[in-house]
Ligand binder design. Sequence first.
Ligand code: FES
Length: 124
Amino acid sequence: MALYSEKVMDHFRHPRNVGSIENADGVGEVGNAKCGDIMKMYLKIDDDIVTDVKFETFGCGSAIASSSMATEMIKGKPLNEVLQLTNKAVAEALDGLPVHKLHCSVLAEEAIKAAVQNYYENRK
Ligand code: FES
């Protein structure tokens, strides 16, 4: 069996929603100290709905695929649903990740949560 699923390879080769958003409503940046990879998420939020999302990931292929899939999963969703997105759901949507690469999907979950938190802080 191939180490990476076709979906992982597809999102790695053709990542969706790459880039940044000027005047984003929420920005979250997280990193993994062990591998040194960094992920940044930008959210545009209107009436508690994610209307646009972009990411910049300086990291491995699994991190890029996870960011890409995670952005597709939260686009158009209300924040209460967005906050429930788990790394497990991202990995499952990618048809799985090798066990030693699961931490890459954790970055996606954490970056999105950090961006939503930043949005709530900005609104205070
Ligand atoms: Fe660090 Fe993938 S190896 S995020």
